[in-house]
Design a protein around this ligand. Structure first.
Ligand code: SF4
Length: 614
């Protein structure tokens, strides 16, 4: 456990400070001391009670071992001041009031994080690939810089045709990023390249429709059903067989919510619908009949929604421009076909006929043993078979998703997956690093070991154990020094950086993308991402998924319809600065039953947000 002592000023930056320390010490829990008192991360009710009792009596309180989430706390007693000192492996004191702060929150956060980052680097001898950035959208820091530089040159040159930055403008942007966020090298190049590419890609929407992406919006439709449930799944997804009888109600409610949303956005607010994405779950878990119903809903409710808006265009070249989707002004229509065990030729034909121009066929891994372990009930061959079927049906834009860091997978397994990807040449490749959310990771490991043991092969068990041990006892140690007042200030101990191999896996994936001539075009990070890494989308030129950029980077409003979906309304900032924005969210809950039984409740949640659109 790590002790964090914060002064009054640092207190309001607690989350940023904690997240940055966590990047160096993944998986650690915190005892946080502020002027208000002591609290923990992941505090259980049992611990809250123990702390209360200790404060009231002045005596140490026992914590019921079974009810705690953390090993350090399991073995500890809670004192009136917090955890016993010997249970604290590191202590940080952050006195922000002694730093040169300006009172502007954004700038002050930068100063505090930079100072802390430099301390952590000197303590551990490690630099993080993303510097002191802990946010999930690093590219969003660069995009406004790119736009500002282009606007500046447009003003200076008096020409509207400026679309690209010069080398020296790009260099200036990189210098500012290094100065502000301690980020350099490969990741700096990656985030800058992606921001520049995103800018070019999104211009395509204007070229096709005469409306910028800022004027438009996107629709996400959620189908929360799958053939079976994968062990690592963190989405709302249920097996389709369990919900078959209630599908008519689900579809009716979905239509109602989509109709309402489209009427508000296109009808009342005159915002063109620009991209549609159907995800889940696995939309192709629907049988042929219901998939056709879904496509009909999309066309009936969205097909002509932009016509009145685009007809008013002053530029006739853009007016009612028909795109590949067959729906005026809608420039992209994606469906996550996802699992190959849900795909049939007829389903692919239904999608194609409905104007779907991009699908995803997701292997996740090309190792059969892993597929079995993670509960994906299909084999490696079926991925290839369904991928080729999709080509045969006429899909020219197919994405493949893979996951790095799956239990039991080391570099050789990942390399095998990448070699298979290279053979089949998808148009885009999405690379996910498995996030190590504590509970999910433990569950996954438990399931992994259960699977290995259930298989009952002693040689295999031993081989896996040795592999795990080697990984755990790797050479990735570095010396750290205890700081603070309550622990020995000279104590040193070895600490482990857990995921060195994942970095090599990411590099291997990027080399494969390069060989396939797929360029990185969007990226986001997840909290607790394995090895402090990221998810990256690579794509062939012109085959990038616009929706992914618009949604990940919060470029415009994305409205989710269906159980488990979230909506993000991108609105003007309250400070009146046109370069700032604010994002308001609402979600449709995590329960299919409640969506089926009371969709009006979720429609009502959106009402207020619609009224904020100008
Ligand atoms: S296919 Fe995706 S949504 Fe479905 S169970 Fe597996 S991880 Fe979850």
């Amino acid at each position: 456990m790590i002790r964090l002592i914060l002064d009054k000023t640092a207190e309001s930056f607690e989350q940023d400070i904690r997240e940055l320390i966590q990047e160096f010490y993944p998986g650690e829990d915190f005892e946080i001391r502020t002027e208000e008192g002591v609290h923990f991360t992941n505090t259980t009710q049992e611990e809250k009670n123990a702390l209360k009792q200790a404060k009231a009596t002045g005596e140490n309180a026992e914590v019921n071992k079974k009810s705690t989430k953390n090993k350090a706390r399991m073995a500890s007693e809670i004192t009136p001041e917090g955890v016993q000192d010997e249970k604290i492996r590191l202590s940080f004191e952050v006195a922000a009031s002694e730093m040169s702060l300006t009172g502007v929150r954004k700038d002050d956060k930068s100063v505090i994080k930079k100072e802390l980052y430099e301390t952590l680097v000197s303590m551990t001898g490690k630099e993080l690939p993303w510097g002191d950035l802990t946010g999930i959208r690093p590219v969003s820091l660069v995009s406004p810089m790119v736009e500002a530089a282009i606007e500046k040159r447009k003003t200076e040159s008096g020409s509207d045709s400026v679309k690209e930055l010069t080398e020296s403008e790009i260099r200036n942007i990189k210098t500012s990023l290094t100065k502000e966020y301690c980020i350099k090298g490969e990741k700096l190049d990656l985030m800058t390249d992606i921001a520049l590419r995103e800018h070019r890609i999104l211009n395509r929407i204007y070229d096709l429709t005469g409306r910028t992406y800022k004027e438009g919006w996107s629709l996400y439709i959620g189908i929360p059903f799958c053939p079976t449930r994968c062990l690592y799944c963190s989405f709302l997804s249920n097996t389709i067989s369990a919900w078959e009888k209630r599908l008519p109600e689900y579809m009716d409610n979905l239509r109602k919510e989509i109709k309402y949303t489209v009427t508000e956005m296109c009808g009342r607010h005159k915002r063109p619908l620009q991209t549609i994405y159907i995800g889940g779950g696995t939309p192709t878990a629907l049988d042929e009949k219901w998939l056709k119903v879904l496509m009909d809903i999309v066309h009936e409710e969205c097909g002509d929604a932009n016509v009145p808006i685009l007809s008013n265009e002053t530029s006739p070249a853009h007016a009612r421009k028909h795109t590949v989707t067959g729906m005026p002004g809608i420039v992209e229509f994606t469906v996550e076909a996802g699992r190959p065990d849900s795909i049939t030729k007829e389903k692919l034909q239904i999608l194609r006929a409905a104007g779907v121009d991009r699908i995803s066929v997701n292997p996740q891994t090309f190792n059969q043993k892993t597929l079995d372990l993670i509960g994906r009930k299909h084999n490696v061959e079926s991925v290839i078979e369904k991928y080729e079927l999709a080509r045969e049906v006429g899909f020219e834009n197919i994405n493949m998703d893979i996951i790095l860091g799956l239990s039991g997978e080391k570099l050789p397994e990942v390399t095998h997956t990448l070699c298979e990807i290279a053979k089949h040449k998808p148009d885009s490749l999405t690379v996910h690093s498995l996030a190590i959310k504590r509970a999910a990771r433990l569950t996954l490991e438990r399931d992994f070991w259960a699977g290995i043991y259930r298989a009952g092969d002693e040689n295999e068990i031993m081989a896996e154990t040795r592999l795990q041990e080697e990984a755990e006892a790797g050479e990735n140690y570095s010396l750290i020094r205890h700081t603070g007042t309550s622990v020995s200030d000279v104590a040193k101990e070895k600490t482990k950086f857990r995921y060195p191999e994942i970095t090599r896996m990411m590099m291997a994936a990027s080399y494969t993308a390069e060989v396939l001539n797929l360029k990185p075009y969007y990226l986001y990070r997840q909290k607790n991402m394995a090895g402090n890494l990221e998810n990256v989308g690579y794509s062939a030129e012109g085959k990038e998924c616009l929706y992914n950029i618009l949604m990940m980077e919060e470029k415009h409003t994305v409205i989710g319809c269906g159980a488990g979906c979230s909506s993000k309304f991108v609105l003007p900032s309250k400070d009146g600065d046109p370069t700032h924005k604010r994002v308001e969210r609402c979600d449709n809950g995590k329960d299919i039953k409640s969506y089926i039984e009371d969709v009006d409740k979720f429609i009502k949640r959106k009402e207020e947000l619609f009224s904020l659109i100008k």
